[in-house]
Design a protein around this ligand. Structure first.
Ligand code: XMP
Length: 507
């Protein structure tokens, strides 16, 4: 498989370069900027891209890659900071300029190679402090903006290019075209990165491992897809275990069991530990305390299962590529199969090695695999759900009645969103209940009932979130159904706090 290496100089967009390239079916991998020549040779890339980064090439602590990389005769493309590195390295000059953020008009001066087919001018996204003042000897300007005279440069002899703007962000018109020109035309990479191909090679790789694999599944897409890939490779040597902590969404445990056992015929155990979780949570109101109890109980149940059903040599996890790479200047992705660990607080004496088959993949790629492996749509389109489950959705102590109300009301919220065609466009949606009560009139009687809070939020990464402006008619329908169908509820409220200062979950 042909590969493009992206050297990470710490830009917030470094990841996007890989994603954009993978979108046109070429495998791209993000590696640390100080990767050794030997490591690069092992990767055998068709070309190298230098990402942007916050530094200036003249800073004493500026990240500089190995010199020999510039002499490998591999096609090189520098983006933003990477552009300045190339200018500097090949004998040009970089100067401090006024910071430029946002979109600029890039005029194309030479439309062969990198900028072929993009037209006479395009809007290009800039985010930089330094810029090229003098281009290196043997280079020419192939594109400029009003403020950056050398916004795109190319070597006359070698396949070396530098661009001041970011082709990987959607705000750059024809950005993908420019990356395609580099990757496909200049580097000559083949478009052979497909999820079908990934499944085939990964299954082949996993089929060579020895010993039994234990995989904790949650019903979420990542652990489900990881388990299915491993199952394809080693069949019944994989044991999946699902811990029902009694804090799940309505009927979730049945759906998960049905999918693994009946649809996929996977060696699957469901441990109903609801009572032990709930008894340990009895009387506990503090959110952090609840989280701690759920975490510890999970490890205890999981360890007990591993001990009784083992021996296992491997622990499988659905870790994804973004989880692997640290923010800022990355330390680089670890190997797909890493030995030794102590992840998630499992005790060392279990002596499990870690198997992470999705470690190279982005979420959308995992979704594509899920489709290929026939994972039902309702599983892979489902909203994220917190690990401690309803323990962080229910305010205050968890009681059977509050659990029942939360599950039923949340189901109504989900059903109504699906019916309105809005489920897929919101980030998370649920109903929560606390200890406050309010008076209502049911028939002729006044009744002191529970208050249910509906929470629906928009977000792109859960770091920030905004409350969703749902149509009033839809909120009314949810409210009516909740008070009509759940006898203990008299009032329904809608949470209109954003994150920050609120959080997505109330506990
Ligand atoms: P908050 O409430 O902090 O949530 O805005 C951000 C995202 O994380 C989920 N969440 C958790 N997930 N363990 C988890 O695995 C937790 O303790 C936890 N708390 C919140 C939440 O559902 C949202 O997607």
């Amino acid at each position: 498989m042909d590969k493009i290496l992206v050297l990470d100089f710490g830009s917030q967009y470094s990841h996007l370069i890989c994603r954009r390239i993978r979108e046109f079916s070429v495998y791209a991998e993000l590696v640390p900027f100080d990767i050794s020549l030997e490591e690069i040779r092992k990767h055998n890339p068709k070309g190298i891209i230098f990402s942007g980064g916050p530094s200036s090439v003249y800073n004493s602590d500026a990240p500089i890659p190995e010199d020999a990389i510039f002499e490998m005769n591999l096609p090189l493309l520098g983006i933003c900071y990477g552009h300045q590195l190339i200018v500097n390295k090949f004998g040009g000059k970089v100067k401090r300029a006024n910071k430029e953020y946002g979109s600029s008009l890039l005029t194309i001066d030479n439309d062969k190679d990198l900028l072929s087919g993009v037209g006479e001018s395009v809007r290009a996204w800039m985010s930089h402090g330094d810029e090229a003042e003098e281009i290196p000897p043997g280079f020419q300007v192939i594109g400029h903006t009003e403020s950056a005279k050398a916004a795109a440069i190319a070597s006359d002899e070698k396949s070396v290019f530098g661009i001041q703007f970011h082709p990987e962000v959607v705000h750059t018109e024809q950005g993908t075209e420019i990356l395609k020109n580099f990757v496909l035309k200049v580097c000559g990479a083949s478009q052979d990165w497909t999820m079908e191909g990934f499944i085939e090679t990964e299954v082949e790789k996993i089929s060579k491992i020895e010993g039994n694999v234990l995989c904790g599944v949650s019903g979420g897409i990542d652990s489900t897809v990881a388990a299915l890939l491993i199952h394809k490779a080693i069949g019944d040597r994989l044991k999946c275990v699902f811990v029902n902590n009694g804090l799940l969404r309505m009927d979730e445990e049945k759906e998960i069991e049905e999918m693994f056992k009946n649809n996929f015929k996977v060696n699957f155990s469901s441990i109903n530990a609801g009572e032990s979780f709930l008894s340990k949570l009895k009387g506990v109101e503090d959110p952090e305390e609840k989280r701690k109890i759920v975490g510890e109980e999970f490890i205890s149940v999981f360890t007990d299962f591993a001990e009784k059903n083992g021996p296992f040599k491997w622990l499988a996890q659905g870790t994804l590529y973004p989880d692997v790479i640290e923010s800022g200047v990355s330390k680089g992705p670890a190997a797909v199969i890493k030995s030794h660990h102590n992840v998630g607080g499992l005790p060392d004496w279990l002596n499990l090695e870690i198997l992470e088959p999705l470690k190279e993949l982005y979420k959308d790629e995992v979704r594509e695999i899920a489709k290929i492996l026939n994972v039902p749509q309702n599983i892979f389109m489902r909203h994220p759900f917190p690990g401690p489950g309803l323990a962080v959705r229910i305010i205050g102590e968890i009681t059977p009645i509050k659990l029942d109300i939360t599950k039923r009301a949340s189901k109504i919220v989900e059903e109504e969103l699906i019916e309105a065609g809005l489920y897929g466009s919101v980030w998370q949606a649920y109903a929560s209940v606390g200890d406050d009560k309010a008076v209502g009139v049911v028939g002729d009687e006044r009744k002191h009932g529970n208050i249910v809070m509906i929470r629906v939020v928009d977000s792109i990464d859960a770091m920030t979130a905004d409350w969703t402006r749902l149509p009033h008619g839809l909120l009314e329908k949810m409210s009516n159904r909740i008070t009509n169908e759940i006898e203990d509820v008299t009032w329904v409220t809608y949470a209109i706090s954003s994150k920050p200062p609120a959080t997505i979950e109330p506990q």
